[in-house]
Design a protein around this ligand. Structure first.
Ligand code: SIN
Length: 306
C-alpha cells in the first residue's frame, strides 16, 4: 500500500494529515467537530472546558478586524461534568483524534478537568494557559514559568494521554515558557493563542467589545505566530510544536513547517470556508511532490539550516 506523505505522528498522536481544528472556533458538539473532520481536518480541538458551567461575557463578543477577528467570549462552556457525555459521543462519531482543551483557576482545577476529559476518551489534552483576557486563568498562568510548571506537573501526574500546552504570544520570551512547560512534562506545545488587542467604535466613542480587551486572530497575527514557532524551535528543536495563527492557505502551513511546526491548527479561516482543511492538504501534497520530498516531517525546521 502507498504511504501517505501527509501523515504525521508526534507526541504519541497519529494524524492522517497535519491540519487540526483550533480550539474555540466550532465549539464542542460531536456534530460540528465531525463536520470539519469530514472536511479534511487531521484532528480537532474543542473549545476550552472548565470545572463549572460558565456563560461567558455579554455581547458584543466578536468583531471583525482589518485582517482577522477580535474576540472576547469569556470562556463559555458547559463544565466538564456535563461535557464528559459529549466526549463519549465524539468518540463514537469522529474518525480523527479528539483533543480536549481545558482551563482552570488553579493547578488542581486544571488537573481535575484534564483527568475527567482523558478518562472520558480524549485522545490528548491541550492546556489553555494563554487566553488573554479572563482573570486568574489562561495567560495569567501561562506567562509565569513557576505557576505554569506547577499546572503542567499537576496535570501530567493524572493523565496518561499526550499533554499539549498552548502558549501565549503576549510574553517577552516564549521559548523560556515553552521550556518551563516541557520540563514540567508537556509532550508538545501549541504556538500560539491570540494577541491581546482593543477595537474602538468612533461613533459611540466606546470600545466595541463588552469586555473591552480581546484576542486578535487571523492573518494579522501570522508573522508573530511564525516568529514564536521559530523561537521555540531554536530553543527546543526536539519538542513537537503545533503552529497556530493566521493559517489560511497551503503556503501558510508550509511556512510554519519550515519554521519548526510538526502540524498546524486552523481557526479564523474556518469562519470563511470549512473546506479549508482539504484545500491546505491538497496544496501541501502538491508542494511536497514539486520539491521531491516524501513527507511533511522532512520540512519541519528546514528554514533553520545554516
Ligand atoms: C474566549 O473564550 O474568550 C477565548 C478563549 C481564548 O482565547 O483562549
Amino acid at each position: 500500500m502507498e504511504r501517505n506523505p501527509l501523515r504525521v505522528s508526534f507526541a504519541g498522536l497519529e494524524l492522517e494529515n497535519p491540519t487540526i481544528l483550533a480550539s474555540g472556533v466550532l465549539g464542542y458538539s460531536a456534530e460540528s467537530l465531525d463536520r470539519v473532520v469530514r472536511a479534511g481536518a487531521g484532528a480537532v480541538v474543542t473549545k476550552s472546558i472548565g470545572v463549572e458551567p460558565r456563560v461567558g461575557y455579554v455581547n458584543p463578543t466578536l468583531v471583525q478586524a482589518e485582517a482577522g477577528f477580535l474576540n472576547a467570549m469569556g470562556l463559555p462552556n458547559p463544565g466538564i461534568g456535563v461535557y464528559v457525555q459529549e466526549i463519549g459521543h465524539c468518540k463514537t462519531v469522529l474518525r480523527a483524534p479528539l483533543v480536549v482543551s481545558v482551563f482552570g483557576y488553579s493547578a488542581q482545577e486544571y488537573a481535575g478537568v484534564a483527568k475527567k476529559a482523558a478518562s472520558a476518551g480524549a485522545d490528548a489534552v491541550e492546556l489553555n494557559v494563554s487566553c488573554p483576557h479572563v482573570r486568574q486563568t489562561g495567560a495569567e498562568i501561562g506567562q509565569d514559568p513557576k505557576i505554569l510548571k506547577e499546572v503542567v506537573e499537576n496535570v501530567k501526574a493524572v493523565i496518561d494521554v499526550p499533554l499539549i500546552v498552548k502558549l501565549s504570544p503576549n510574553v517577552s520570551d516564549i521559548a523560556l515558557l515553552g521550556r518551563a512547560a516541557v520540563e514540567a512534562g508537556a509532550d508538545a506545545l501549541t504556538a500560539v493563542n491570540t494577541l491581546k488587542a482593543v477595537a474602538i467604535d468612533v461613533e459611540t466613542t466606546r470600545p466595541v467589545l463588552a469586555n473591552v480587551k480581546g484576542g486578535l486572530s487571523g492573518a494579522a497575527v501570522k508573522p508573530v505566530a511564525l516568529r514564536c514557532v521559530w523561537d521555540i524551535f531554536e530553543e527546543l528543536p526536539d519538542v513537537p510544536i503545533i503552529g497556530c495563527g493566521g493559517i489560511s492557505s497551503w503556503s501558510d502551513a508550509v511556512e510554519f513547517f519550515l519554521a519548526g511546526a510538526s502540524a498546524v491548527q486552523i481557526g479564523s479561516a474556518v469562519a470563511f470556508d470549512e473546506g479549508i482543511f482539504n484545500a491546505v492538504n491538497r496544496g501541501v501534497l502538491s508542494y511536497l511532490r514539486r520539491k521531491h520530498l516524501g513527507s511533511v516531517k522532512e520540512l519541519v525546521g528546514l528554514a533553520h539550516r545554516s
